[in-house]
Write a protein that binds this ligand. Structure first.
Ligand SMILES: NC(=O)c1ccc[n+]([C@@H]2O[C@H](COP(=O)([O-])OP(=O)(O)OC[C@H]3O[C@@H](n4cnc5c(N)ncnc54)[C@H](O)[C@@H]3O)[C@@H](O)[C@H]2O)c1
Length: 261
């Protein structure tokens, strides 16, 4: 998927990885539909993109709503004609002991992190299949690749599911000429920490480990979009993650025990 001349829709575009990705898509010649619940953040990004000579429209919305993508997709298609590149990127985090996180909170996280991607894909995929052209990016996480923390189980479940769904979509879509990229970032300096909901007072969030460097969103976006333009499926922000995956694959029992606190 070459970005020059493509039309993209990015969710979670007002902040962090989504913002940096949308900005870089526009810099590489894509028109970008910016979706986020933070309307002011979208406005400031659209102004940045326009000042740099790019094209963006803002589509403020809460994508936890079941019907959000009916209007969002229609508005994006009305502006650009068709959407070639969908980046399902919104993700939120809740932490707490497993016995403290209520099932309703599982529902909130899975709805936003996983089912919003399902809904966006369900709405935009038929056009891509009909055209035999398109690309879907799902932002997962190291949290979906190997175990490192017990304090964020709904998040882990949503990210592991996104990895599995991306793999299945790739099997189905690549033979039809449609690309899929499963993007798994490790630590990236974004706003996600400010929105963490904690269900157990006093526990500090646990990262994947000191072996992983904290990246800037622009670095993550560049890694991602180079991979999208090269039509790569599996993309990690830090190759150290592959070492963890190899260790886990070689001996899952020993690997789990090595990660016990
Ligand atoms: N930052 C990291 O270290 C890291 C690591 C691995 C994976 N990720 C993943 O990267 C993705 C982007 O996260 P980020 O770190 O850039 O976070 P961020 O908080 O900076 O950006 C997330 C954006 O999503 C928007 N959003 C939240 N709820 C929404 C809703 N209901 N409707 C519409 N928009 C909504 C927020 O307003 C925000 O602009 C997420 O899926 C996250 O899980 C992040």
């Amino acid at each position: 998927m070459k970005l020059a001349g493509a039309n993209a829709l990015v969710t979670g575009a007002a902040s962090g990885i989504g913002r940096a990705s949308a900005r870089l898509m526009a810099a590489r010649g894509a028109k970008v539909a910016l979706v986020d619940i933070d309307a002011a953040g979208l406005d400031s990004l659209a102004a940045e993109i326009a000042a740099a000579g790019g094209t963006a429209i803002t589509l403020p919305a809460d994508i936890s709503a079941a019907d959000a993508f009916d209007r969002l997709a229609a508005d994006a298609e009305a502006a650009f004609g068709q959407i070639d590149l969908l980046m399902n990127n919104v993700g939120v985090l809740a932490t707490g002991k497993p016995e403290d996180i209520p099932p309703e909170e599982w529902g909130r996280i899975l709805n936003l992190n996983l089912l919003s991607a399902v809904r966006a894909t369900h709405r935009l995929l038929p056009g891509m299949v009909a055209r035999g052209r398109g690309h879907i990016v799902n932002t997962a996480s190291f949290a979906g690749l190997f175990p490192y923390a017990w304090d964020r189980l709904p998040y882990v479940a949503s990210k592991a599911a996104l990895v599995a769904v991306s793999e299945g979509l790739a099997l189905y879509l690549i033979p039809q000429g449609i690309g899929v990229t499963c993007f798994c970032p490790g630590p990236v300096r974004t706003g996600i920490g400010k929105t963490i909901r904690s269900w157990t007072p006093g526990i500090a969030p646990k990262g994947p480990g000191d072996q992983f460097a904290m990246l800037e969103p622009e670095e993550a976006a560049q890694t991602l979009l180079d991979a999208v333009e090269a039509d790569r499926f599996f993309v990690v922000s830090d190759d150290q993650a592959l070492i963890e995956m190899r260790k886990r694959g070689a001996d899952p029992e020993a690997y789990l025990r090595s990660r016990l606190p």
